[in-house]
Write a protein that binds this ligand. Sequence first.
Ligand SMILES: Cc1cc2nc3c(=O)[nH]c(=O)nc-3n(C[C@H](O)[C@H](O)[C@H](O)COP(=O)(O)OP(=O)(O)OC[C@H]3O[C@@H](n4cnc5c(N)ncnc54)[C@H](O)[C@@H]3O)c2cc1C
Ligand SMILES: NC(=O)c1ccc[n+]([C@@H]2O[C@H](COP(=O)([O-])OP(=O)(O)OC[C@H]3O[C@@H](n4cnc5c(N)ncnc54)[C@H](O)[C@@H]3O)[C@@H](O)[C@H]2O)c1
Length: 474
Amino acid sequence: MGFDYQLVVIGGGSGGLTVAAGAASFGAKVALVERKKQLGGDCLHYGCMPSKALIQAAKEVQEASKYMDIKKVEYNALFEGAMTRVKEAVQEVQDHDSKDRFINLGIDLYEAEAVFEDEHTIRVGAETITAKRFVIATGSSPFVPHIDGMDNVGYLTNESIFALHNKPESLAVIGGGVIGVELSQAMSRLGVDVTMIEGNEHILSKEDDEIVQIAERSLSEQLHILTNAKAERVRRDGKGIHILYTKDGVQNEIHTDQLLVATGRKPNIENLELDKIGVKTDDEGFIKVDESLRTSRKHIYAVGDCNGSMPFTHVAGMEGKIAVSNAVLGLARKVSYKKIPWIVYTDPEIYHLGLTEKEARKKYGEYLMTFKTLLKDNDRFMAERKKEGLVKVLTTRRGKIVGAHAIGDGAGEWMQEIGTVQALNKKFPSISSVIHPYPAKNNVVSQTADLYWREKLFGSKWNEVIRWYVRKWR
Ligand SMILES: Cc1cc2nc3c(=O)[nH]c(=O)nc-3n(C[C@H](O)[C@H](O)[C@H](O)COP(=O)(O)OP(=O)(O)OC[C@H]3O[C@@H](n4cnc5c(N)ncnc54)[C@H](O)[C@@H]3O)c2cc1C
Ligand SMILES: NC(=O)c1ccc[n+]([C@@H]2O[C@H](COP(=O)([O-])OP(=O)(O)OC[C@H]3O[C@@H](n4cnc5c(N)ncnc54)[C@H](O)[C@@H]3O)[C@@H](O)[C@H]2O)c1
């Protein structure tokens, strides 16, 4: 039976665009279906791009505030300016990733919501199209917990906060995960009074404990952080939004101009009619895939946020490339999530690779080695007065990297050296033999790698042997 297309990709975000472009460049007949007017998905429109533009604008305001007294009315103008920068950044990347670029690759674009009719057919608006294989890349949306009054209060999510024009006086943020902390700090730097309500004992629950301690200390100088706190009820009146919450068993209320909900994600599968074609999902609705990214229907693949693996753009991209190899070239490449770093773009910035110390200790027990350098012990961070921070690297006794974490100015950039070394299957101590230009910030990484040798040479029986050799023979 002939199909209209060899491959139909559903969703034109980070994952879907990688798949569509990759498949077309291998000569496949490809259609891309996107329900929104623009390509780019969450990362471009409501995620990575607008948040990073906002973070940068807020950082500049905060720097300026060190040298001048910024008045309240000036903060209003600076806020509006920051929001304009956000829109400009999104537009610039949008122009670069235009529809024409994909049409010129020979891809047929359909601007409509895809709905499965049967396992080889989808409805897109008024048309139906058939394909031999599909890749679902429909992403995720904000998950909003059930809190009494929420439906009537008019809250913000990452899909609406970047459209704010006027600076709110105050902002409450429910959720102290990555979105919560990045946006809270940026808003606070733009003169907004921010209160964060986090249900867990600590914010950023996926990070290493010591990193979290430093992050909490630093962020609580700029925001009110309420941990172990549960929002029970919200209501709006003429003065704004009231949030009734319980913290450590005690009830309290805060009053705020705006409320941001940042409590995790849910998959965009609601209208696909996956049940009809036998594509299985887990309890939260994320599409189940095997290591080759195949769903329970073997000719249908799922990549990016909708499969619930790791909700990052670089993961959607990595999965997209594997899906192209498998769906288009017929290979059987498998995904691995062991060597995927991420960054939390706060100031100080956080870098995360692999296991936290708690996880690594559980797995490796006494075979785990931990190497730490405080930024206050590094010349460059001393010189720049950016001494708050830590590098922590976790290895096996033989130097295999199992985790690397840092918090500090620009950590996301200078720590990636460790991610590269790990990806190339080299050991952590090999960084010691690479000459780092002094006093680049990545010296703190080689300084930490030197600790491995110090431990091996001076913290073991070898030390005695070397000392004996030097005394006797040199
Ligand atoms: C505030 C915020 C900041 C972030 N910052 C970062 C960051 O700094 N770094 C990072 O790596 N990640 C970041 N992320 C995560 C990143 O945005 C996502 O992991 C990434 O966008 C996932 O890509 P995707 O292709 O799976 O989904 P998306 O990019 O969301 O694309 C899915 C597309 O599918 C479309 N679609 C959905 N259903 C249908 C349908 N039935 N028919 C047709 N089209 C459909 C949607 O309209 C959308 O365009 C951030 C997320 C948020 C919310
Ligand atoms: N820098 C980046 O790469 C970046 C930036 C933003 C988002 N993202 C991606 O987006 C994903 C989603 O981010 P997120 O911050 O929404 O999710 P998250 O899972 O990181 O954090 C959600 C937080 O909300 C808390 N929470 C949940 N329900 C609550 C409730 N009722 N009351 C109080 N607290 C509650 C959770 O305990 C958790 O700490 C992230 O996992 C990340 O992968 C990445």
